[in-house]
Write a protein that binds this ligand. Structure first.
Ligand SMILES: [Zn+2]
Length: 654
């Protein structure tokens, strides 16, 4: 046992040096190497760390989610001591509640990676001990079964392990989040406690599924990504094989809801439950990149084109259909939209992986749209109220937020709040990436980071008020003079394209007069794959200046989207705007937009944590028009809201 441990530790150490034989051709600069130092993302991360993390810790404890582990441990203990019939009833409703605990640990671990916090670490150590105590001797971990082993305590659970996983038992789903948490906590603290629980579990999963004979497709994907992380951290190829097996096992004849209706390589459109779908496409990207099955890269490119061309909301949300939290049909994009916060988060994961596979900025364009709009709307500015659904119109009373009207403090199904935590905590992992001697600059925010390019450490300091201003000053400071290519992302919106498909377009699609300068000298040329490439010898003192003008843009949809005909939405830079009833009388479906020439942008540091709002004065339409960033809606009380407004009658256009 001791020897095995030693050997294993050796593997972990060498894996840190890049043991995976294949990986993404573009490598992200880790979030731990980039720190936001001001502006919107720093504010959101700070609220996440100081409010949302402790709030979620309390919620997991007060709602019984932690207690479920204690109840399972008690059953194990008392049965081992001879009480053959002892069992416990769960303290919560859903067998997937274990996953919330894991996601909070993952998010808190990312926060710990950025800022040490002895009290938080001690708190998590206590949780991890309770989780470990609930693991069965052979590695099985699923509190609802373990605490009540004689017969299923929930209708989703089959007497036999795993049998109902293709439906709703969520046994493998819980483990996917466990693996992500175990890796995150190990990387944050160096402690193997939770990682050892993961490896013991993964050994069991290998014994039960590794030969590929048991035809069980995970009913809720996510274990594929978790296994990819276990593979990266250990170098144990079996975990990659398991991820591939769990993708390969589907179809034909299974449920479309969980993407089991056909073989993964035969899938051509984004369908079924949107979170499950986006997690699967992300897992397929991981398996393709890591050398498990390269065909998946082509499959998910085809699916992505369907999603971005026909199923993407202007806010970057996906999942139109409230029945089953699913993707809708092509161009079926009702404004009442379901758009689960988790689906937006999973979409960002998927787009990031598509970028890492290809180096194409169109994926980062979609990621940016989702991040600033349909993702960020999922949590209140205060950090302790959440949206599960993110519609583009709201009537002021509907209980559309998983049974609640307006943002809620928590949900029986709390997947979204716990997903927000981990996504905000490691958000700076989206900023930069490296491929050979090229450095990609993908995200703009007041920040300091360090990337290693061609063996040279390069400090990157951004000074900007983005997304409120498109002026970005990027100081590039290599440890020693070094020649490499800087690829600076020129967002689609500044080039006159809101999305990289024909799903939406600007009324005025002319590019804004953007520019890139180095040392004051303009850089000429058109973007390649969305990037301006600057190859030179970089030296201390070099500064890149981006000017990305942000005129207010009127957006229209493709004529195939029935719900949006005769309607217009407004954007400025990467921000989608909405109108709230506080600023407009009447029914949101009847609100009429001012003409674009009447609208001006106004920086308001005192409003909603500091935003730029849009205003106009149009005497014919009564009160002045005011629009706020979509992500900030429902922070001024429960009230109607709309993103898409009626186009002004022709006579009112000047
Ligand atoms: Zn969710």
């Amino acid at each position: 046992m001791f020897l095995r441990r030693l050997i294993f530790l050796g593997l972990v150490v060498s894996a840190a040096d890049g043991l995976a034989a294949n990986d993404y051709p573009v490598q992200p600069v880790p979030f731990t190497a980039v720190r936001v130092t001001g502006g919107l993302w720093q504010a959101r991360q700070e609220v996440n760390r100081t409010v949302t993390v402790p709030f979620a810790l309390r919620q997991c404890e007060e709602t019984g989610r932690l207690r479920n582990f204690d109840l399972a441990a008690e059953t194990l203990r008392r049965r081992a001591a001879g009480e053959r019939h002892f069992q416990n009833q769960p303290a919560t409703q859903n067998p997937f509640d274990d996953s919330d605990v894991y996601k909070v640990i993952e998010g808190a671990a990312y926060a710990l990676s950025m800022q040490s916090d002895a009290a938080l670490e001690k708190h998590l150590d206590g949780w991890i001990a309770r989780i470990a105590a609930a693991q069965e001797p052979d590695g099985y971990l699923y509190t609802f079964r373990t605490m009540h082993p004689d017969k299923p305590v929930h209708v989703w659970i089959h007497p036999e392990r795993w049998r109902n996983d293709p439906d709703l038992s969520h046994e493998l789903y819980d483990l996917g989040h466990l693996y992500e948490a175990g890796v995150a906590y190990y990387q944050a603290t160096g402690k193997r406690t939770l990682l050892d629980v993961c490896l013991k579990s993964a050994e069991l999963v290998w014994r039960d599924f590794g030969d590929g004979r048991r035809r069980i497709a995970p009913g809720h994907q996510v274990i594929e990504m978790g296994l990819a992380k276990l593979y990266r951290v250990t170098g144990d190829r079996r975990y990659l094989d398991l991820a591939r097996i769990f993708i390969e096992v589907r179809g034909p004849g299974g449920k479309l809801y969980s993407q089991q209706d056909r073989r993964a390589v035969d899938q051509v459109a984004a369908t079924g439950h949107a979170v499950r779908a986006n997690y699967m496409y992300s897992g397929m990207a991981d398996v393709a990149a890591l050398g498990g099955d390269v065909r998946y890269a082509a499959t998910i490119t085809t699916i992505w084109e369907n999603m971005a061309g026909r199923k993407l909301y202007l806010t970057g949300g996906v999942g139109a259909d409230s029945h089953g939290e699913m993707y809708g049909a092509d161009y079926d994009l009702p404004n009442e939209a379901y758009n689960e916060t988790c689906a937006a988060i999973a979409l960002m994961m998927w787009n990031h992986r598509m970028f890492l596979l290809t180096g194409e900025s169109r994926y980062m364009d979609v990621l940016e749209r989702t991040a600033f709009n349909g993702f960020l709307s999922g949590v209140s500015l205060s950090g302790d109220r959440f949206f599960y659904t993110n519609p583009l119109i709201y009537n002021g009373v509907a209980r559309n937020n998983n049974g609640r009207a307006g943002r809620a403090p928590w949900f029986d199904c709390a997947c979204c709040p716990t997903n927000v935590i981990r996504t905000l905590a490691d958000f700076t992992g989206y900023f930069y990436a490296v491929r050979d001697a090229a450095l990609y600059v993908n995200f703009y925010a007041q920040s300091e980071g360090t990337a290693t390019v061609g063996g040279t450490a390069v400090k990157l300091t951004q000074t900007t008020d983005y997304p409120w201003s498109g002026a970005v000053r990027l100081a590039v400071t290599p440890a020693k003079p070094a020649t490499f290519t800087l690829r600076v992302r020129i967002p689609g919106w500044v080039q006159g394209r809101p999305v990289p498909t024909d799903l939406y377009r600007y009324d005025d699609a002319t590019a804004a007069g953007w520019s890139v300068r180095v040392g004051g000298a303009p850089v000429s040329g058109a973007p390649e794959q969305g990037y301006i490439a600057i190859t030179r010898e970089w030296r201390t003192g070099d500064v890149v200046e981006l000017n990305l003008p942000m005129p207010v843009r009127a957006v229209r949809s493709n004529s195939q989207v029935a719900a949006l005909q005769g309607r217009v939405a407004f954007e400025r830079g990467p921000i989608v705007y909405c109108v709230e009833a506080k600023d407009r009388k009447g029914l949101p479906s009847a609100w009429v937009a001012p003409s674009i020439g009447e609208i001006s942008a106004e920086a308001r540091p005192d409003l909603l944590g500091g935003v730029t709002r849009l205003t106009s004065r149009e005497p014919k339409l009564g009160p002045a028009f005011t629009a706020i960033p979509y992500f900030a809606w429902n922070n001024r009380g429960l009230q109607p809201m709309a993103v898409w407004l009626k186009r002004p009658p022709l006579g009112s256009v000047k």
